[in-house]
Design a protein around this ligand. Structure first.
Ligand code: KIV
Length: 324
């Protein structure tokens, strides 16, 4: 993708990811605004597989709304996942189990309006694919038909093969998800790392191979030992996207609210915080409250103006008793 862009832009310009550096005017430490995402090619499932072959790391983040999707797409992300983590980081649930198809579609639509370039993956919520294969295909189809997603993601290994096969045979790209699968939280005994014994690691590798065989175009590996993440990634021809699965995966994903520091709550060990937005929100809200209390907001610069003559005419009318 980036190679194509470089070729089109000619020799005066340098392409660094999504950023266009104009020679002589910019440096990598003085990044300009990202190039309008419209100039980049739409990321496809095939493009991700080509990235794996070229050993280029794939970037994925979660988004649940329009402005976040817009910013993420502009910044040059490869894949946006509308994760069912939505339930925890946006809707305030304890876990992902209460999230419904309607919740997911609503947020997917907002993301699709903001992101034009990234591959868009919609996360199938609890009970939307476990009850029957027919329901799984119908619900997967809704993500593409009604909410502008390009692919779906679902959790689980060998027990999901029939659903994965049927969905991908319906022409819908499927991303698998192994390791810590939050929809099975109660079966796993909590949000705990997976694949840490020889037997569990072997089962995970088998599941990964089976999902690849059933038609998955990619796999998320969550909270597993780094050496297992690297091993599975080498064995598979499809790209793996790790979250707490080490540097050996073909790509990385984080929950955006964790990366941005949108909460003061516990964040898993594998999260790197790139901002402290919660602290910044607190600062802004507190300042606003103080400004209103002390009447330093709104200032003149925030007020709507009216010509003096119009104001005088109004006062005359009002004072002459022409206004009830
Ligand atoms: O729901 C989600 O955000 C996810 C990611 C953690 C991969 O499944």
């Amino acid at each position: 993708m980036t190679g194509t862009a470089t070729a089109n832009l000619g020799s005066l310009n340098t392409w660094i990811g999504p950023y266009l550096l104009l020679e002589g005017t910019m440096s990598a430490t003085n990044l300009p605004l990202p190039v309008n995402s419209g100039e980049r090619k739409k990321v496809t499932t095939l493009a991700l597989q080509a990235m794996k072959r070229r050993a280029e790391s794939i970037t994925m983040l979660t988004a649940y709304d329009y402005p976040t999707a817009l910013a993420m797409d502009k910044s040059g992300i490869d894949v946006i996942l509308v994760g069912d983590s939505l339930g925890m980081v946006v809707l305030g649930y304890e876990n992902t189990l209460p999230v419904t198809m309607e919740d997911m579609l609503h947020h997917c639509k907002a993301v699709a309006r903001g992101a034009k370039t990234a591959l868009l993956v919609g996360d199938m919520p609890f009970l939307s694919y476990q009850v029957s294969v027919t329901e799984a295909v119908r619900n997967a189809g809704r993500f593409l038909q009604e909410s502008g997603m390009d692919a779906v993601k679902l959790e689980g290994g060998r027990e999901r093969l029939e659903a994965v096969k049927a969905i991908s045979q319906a022409g819908i790209p499927v991303m698998g998800h192994l390791g810590l699968t939050p929809q099975s939280l109660h079966q796993l005994g909590g949000f705990r790392p997976q694949g840490r014994t020889a037997g569990d690691a072997k089962r995970l590798l088998e599941d990964a191979m089976l999902l690849q065989g059933a038609g998955c175009f990619s796999l998320v590996l969550e909270s597993i030992p780094a050496q297992l993440g690297a091993f599975v990634s080498k064995k598979l021809t499809i790209p793996t996207i790790g979250i707490g699965a080490g540097i050996g995966c073909d790509g990385q994903v984080l929950v955006t609210h964790d990366l941005l520091g949108l909460f003061e709550r516990f964040t898993p060990k594998f999260v790197k915080r790139y901002a402290e937005i919660h602290t910044e929100m607190l600062r802004a809200f507190t300042q606003y409250i103080e400004d209103v209390h002390t009447q330093s907001f709104p200032g003149e610069e925030h007020s709507i103006e009216m010509k003096d003559e119009d104001w005088d005419d109004f006062l005359k009318e009002a004072e002459d008793g022409h206004v009830d």
